[in-house]
Design a protein around this ligand. Structure first.
Ligand code: SER
Length: 315
């Protein structure tokens, strides 16, 4: 096997996934890249390059010199940040993916992972237990880019045989890294405020349900999908996966059991409309049937794990 290239390694998912890949395949097998120099210290255990994924020449140079055989392309501008600069979000999300798909075709990369999102669904998609093939009318530029990207992935698989695999992640919640620019970010921030003993101002209303997932489950899902035999992958756009579904009021209740003085207030902003356009919960029967996906963490287990571990990473 050649090396594994992680693009956008310094982000919320990349920070954790890159380390898990290094533990599994060896530090020397991993090439972490990010556009920000500031994240370099996170990757003192493996090779690290500064890479803007829109620069195809630099991407090719890394693939050639390092002998890359797998790519995890995680760089993206998320939903809330994308609404502030839609054209930039489109350029990065779409241009980055197209560069990765093209180099994967040209250099015969063995396997590619690319994350999609629950943001591909929109106001007219079924809200509860949203099916894999639900009607999709995303109304954020992030969701539009993810939906288009899913079809590009399927196209490259059908036309060129590029083995690209994808998951529609819900909001990801972990304690080792911070999200940035998403609509589900409140569910990470709330733990940080509880730990600091500060009142939490929630940018979504009390009863807004969203699909969410504990980071360990998300990483396991990713590894399971990437490990699955090629013939088991029946969906080449992107798989629905489901872990948790909760509202701000419910996550608050799970935290206040550990921090009895913790307080919350609700002050919704433009992200409320984004959340309202997304599903409450997701049907993931295809992922369960095709590659035996099964989440392990419920809300209480996630809260206990985060509250126990967060002080080791942030204080
Ligand atoms: N967590 C993402 C966001 O909120 C959804 O994929 O934008």
């Amino acid at each position: 096997m050649g090396k594994i290239l992680v693009i956008g390694a310094g982000g919320q998912l990349g920070t954790e996934l890159t380390k898990v890949l290094a533990d599994r395949y060896g530090n020397e097998a991993i090439i972490a890249t990010d556009f920000q120099e500031a994240v370099r210290p996170k990757f003192n255990y493996c090779s690290f390059y500064i890479l803007n994924v829109l620069n195809k020449t630099e991407l090719e140079a890394i693939i050639k010199t390092e002998g890359v055989s797998q790519i995890y392309h995680l760089a993206a501008i998320l939903s809330a940040a994308g609404e502030k600069n839609p054209l930039q979000a489109w350029d990065l999300n779409m241009g980055g993916l197209l560069n990765v798909l093209e180099v994967s075709r040209e250099y015969k990369i063995e396997k590619v992972f690319w994350p999609s999102s629950i943001a591909v669904f929109g106001p007219h998609s079924e809200k509860d237990q949203t099916p894999q093939n639900a009607f999709k009318d995303p109304n954020t530029i992030y969701g539009i880019s993810k939906l288009a990207g899913e079809h590009w992935c399927e196209y490259y698989f059908n036309k060129y045989g590029v083995d690209v695999r994808s998951i529609r992640y819900p909001g990801l919640i972990g304690y080792k890294s911070m999200p940035g620019g998403g609509t589900t970010d409140y569910a990470v921030d709330i733990y940080h405020k509880a730990l600091k003993g500060e009142k939490f101002s929630c940018f979504l209303n009390e009863h807004t349900y969203l699909p969410m997932m504990y980071m360990d489950d998300a990483i396991n899902a990713t590894l399971q999908l990437m490990d699955a035999p090629k013939e088991k992958i029946t969906i080449r756009t992107s798989y629905n996966i489901s872990g948790l579904s909760f509202s701000p009021a419910e996550i608050y209740q799970s935290i206040v059991k550990h921090y009895p003085n913790f307080e919350i207030k609700y002050q919704s902003d433009f992200r409320q409309a984004i959340a309202d356009s997304w599903p409450n919960s997701i049907d993931d029967s295809a992922a369960k049937a095709d590659w035996a996906w099964h989440p392990k963490f419920d809300l209480e287990a996630m809260t206990s794990a985060i509250i126990t571990n967060l002080p080791k990473y942030f204080n």
